[in-house]
Design a protein around this ligand. Structure first.
Ligand code: AMP
Ligand code: MG
Length: 331
């Protein structure tokens, strides 16, 4: 059977992706060295072997994507039903308010070294969902205004409104990663941030935000290949930043910073997942499943009508045969 024939979601093998990829949070470091960036936890035998796996996984991402789109629509519909206008109004400048009785939202946090595949993941996985319900935000070096506030200020403002699926392309974790490695703030400052982040994420969870944190785990060798590609292919120059080589030269420091951030900032409701990411097709397949499983925990459904369906049907039939409809159509 070819990859194109499979129209059902084939479950991962050996457990859920949430179980297989959850970062072990014992101690104060996650042992990233023990996770092979080329490994493929959960990939079922049905994927086949060799080059066929890639086509199979790409097709599965499309199939899972349709399901993600359906789940996203239910999230959006629930928010709209709970609070007319909520899911359609633009977020306020102060960031959407949190509250236990507010309808749900999902927030996917993507972190990775340069070339780790954050953009590609968003394109492939989020690309399957309805743009109407997505809230995608990227974080670069803080602006002068952002620097005048605490590090979570810009993050709060970027939260998805109720009913939306938010995606953070980099996040508040940069403030314990690059800030630490580059010594942008004193150690006491970035160390204190672990607790601040945990407190913040507990607040999010309590406020109805389902947080999924994903580290795309690539090898130094793979990053080298991808950087070279960006320097070889003129169409990719725009993705390259000379600073990437500086960050690469601090590879071990970054891995240590990730290892500690992942271990220290995994409050119960906001776990970290480490996705082996040297193979792009596996990465996308894994993240798609993580999202699907996360939606499943929300047990979403379509909201019931808040109007009399039979009466509305009768009105519609009346209009169809009567004068009213013709007048509407002619107008
Ligand atoms: P890119 O994701 O390739 O557009 O790069 C964004 C850059 O912004 C990376 O070099 C990050 O390290 C940097 N960046 C993001 N957040 C922060 C932060 N809080 N402090 C300093 N640099 C940051
Ligand atoms: Mg970059």
């Amino acid at each position: 059977m070819g990859a194109d024939d499979v129209t059902e979601i084939v479950p991962p093998e050996g457990g859920t992706m949430r179980d297989l990829l959850r970062a072990g949070s014992d101690g104060d470091r996650v042992d990233l060295g023990a996770i092979d960036p080329r490994s493929m936890p959960g990939l079922p035998a049905a994927a086949g072997a060799g080059g066929g796996r890639k086509a199979w996984a790409r097709r599965q991402v499309e199939v899972i994507g349709a399901e993600l789109g359906r789940q996203q629509e239910m999230l959006f519909a629930a928010a709209k039903a709970a609070q007319p206008g909520a899911a359609t109004s633009a977020p306020t400048t102060g960031g959407p308010e949190l509250g236990g009785d507010r309808p749900g939202r999902v927030l996917l946090v993507l972190q990775a070294m340069d070339c780790g595949g954050k953009d590609g993941t968003i394109k492939r996985v989020a690309g399957a969902m309805n743009p109407l319900g997505l809230h995608i935000r990227s974080f670069g070096p803080p602006t002068a205004e952002e620097l005048r506030h605490d590090f979570l200020w810009r993050i709060r403002r970027a939260l998805p409104p109720p009913g939306y699926v938010g995606i953070f392309n980099r996040s508040h974790y940069e403030d314990v990663l690059v800030a630490r490695v580059d010594g942008l703030v004193p150690e006491a400052t970035w160390r204190a941030r672990y607790d601040e982040i945990n407190e913040f994420e507990r607040e999010l969870t309590a406020g109805g935000v389902t947080v999924v944190k994903v580290m795309l785990h690539i090898s130094r060798a793979e990053q080298g290949e991808r950087l070279l590609d960006r320097l070889t292919e003129p169409r990719k120059y725009w993705k390259y930043n000379p600073g990437d080589i500086d960050a690469r030269s601090r590879w071990d420091d970054y891995q240590a910073a990730y290892a500690e951030a992942l271990a220290r900032c995994g409050p119960a409701g906001a776990p970290w997942f480490v996705v082996p990411a040297d193979r792009k097709w596996y990465r996308d397949w894994a993240v798609a499943h993580l999202l699907r499983e996360t939606f499943d925990t929300l047990d979403l459904g379509y909201p019931p009508a808040d109007f009399d369906v039979a009466a509305e049907r009768a009105r519609l039939r009346g209009l169809r045969t009567g004068q009213g409809e013709r007048r509407v159509n002619e107008a």
